[in-house]
Design a protein around this ligand. Structure first.
Ligand code: ZN
Length: 309
């Protein structure tokens, strides 16, 4: 009996030593993998490395799931080979949703709310499902084509007329839109207030993305300034909203290689450009293409949209 107990004790000791050594090895492997991943990102190789992007997305998704965002329960594909995979979905780009003022030099940025409503009616009639940009970014990264007719509505800059004219229409037709905020313009004349932003962010109809603090031409900024505009604005918006901010829009669509790298490092799922197109490649969610719907209304808009799809 005494002999058996001794053997058992020795066995238990051996087992304990094995567990300690194995844990150490696992930790080292994990640390190595993390360090290597950071190096890949630092070297700028992430654009051609679907695996590292995939890992980053998986980490971000874990963070999202931790905060229980109901719209983002989708898991990323486990496949590590995402090359040559793409999905097609129109992402519409809007700015002001109001009639152009007589003094504006940029009438092309304005859309009369009557025409905007007509476009929404065609989207409903056409059987499209409006999805937030973050969800579409996840789908793009999955690289699987969507079964439904997905469409994403994006609104740049955070003008007050979004709250006054667009938001009520999104609610009326039970649709979704993603709004890109210039953080330092919040609460300024002509722009959305922080209170309006918080109200819309919990409505289920509006998702908030970042459009930097100050809307600069990022190509003219050094690394620190770009980081501040891209990552800092994300952090501030998350503080205001108390929820993750998952996608980014480049001011004027301007970017350089450093911009893309910092945007990926900042923890976004994807970023939208002003490059025209509807096809989105799984291995590059940092230059997602968009379409300008312009003043088309009724059937003309419906035809244009079907062509885009
Ligand atoms: Zn803008």
């Amino acid at each position: 009996m005494l002999v058996i107990t001794r053997s058992a004790k020795i066995l238990a000791l051996k087992l304990t030593i094995f567990i300690i050594v194995a844990s150490g090895l696992l930790w080292s492997a994990d640390y190595y993998a993390r360090t290597r991943n950071i190096d890949v990102i630092e070297s700028g190789a992430f654009l051609s490395s679907a695996t590292s992007t995939q890992e980053m997305a998986a980490q971000t998704m874990a963070g999202i799931e931790a905060v229980n965002s109901p719209d983002l329960s989708l898991a990323l594909a486990s496949s590590s080979d995402l090359h040559d995979q793409s999905l097609t979905a129109p992402i519409l780009m809007y700015h002001y949703i109001s009639a152009p003022t007589a003094i504006t030099s940029l009438p092309g940025l304005y859309l009369d709310p009557v025409i905007f409503e007509s476009q929404l009616q065609e989207i409903v009639k056409g059987g499209y499902e409006t999805v937030f940009m973050s969800r579409l970014a996840v789908e793009i990264r999955n690289g699987a084509d969507l079964k439904n007719k997905a469409i994403t509505l994006t609104f740049d800059d955070g003008y007050e007329d979004f709250y006054l004219n667009a938001y009520p229409l999104l609610k009326k037709y039970n649709l979704k839109g993603t709004l890109y905020i210039i953080v330092n313009a919040l609460d300024k004349p002509g722009y959305i207030t922080s209170e309006q932003l918080k109200e819309m962010a919990v409505s289920g109809h509006v998702e908030i993305g970042s459009h930097t603090y100050n809307h600069p031409d990022l190509r003219t900024k050094d690394k620190a300034a770009q980081y501040y505009e891209i990552k800092g604005s994300k952090d501030t918006l998350e503080d205001i909203l108390q929820k993750p901010v998952l996608t980014f829009a480049y001011p004027y669509g301007y970017h350089n290689d450093m911009t893309l790298k910092i945007t990926a490092e900042a923890g976004y799922l994807g970023a939208i450009s002003v490059i025209p197109g509807t096809k989105h490649e799984a291995d590059n969610p940092w230059l997602i293409t968009r379409l300008r719907p312009g003043n088309r209304s009724g059937e003309e808009f419906a035809k244009w949209l079907n062509f885009g799809k």
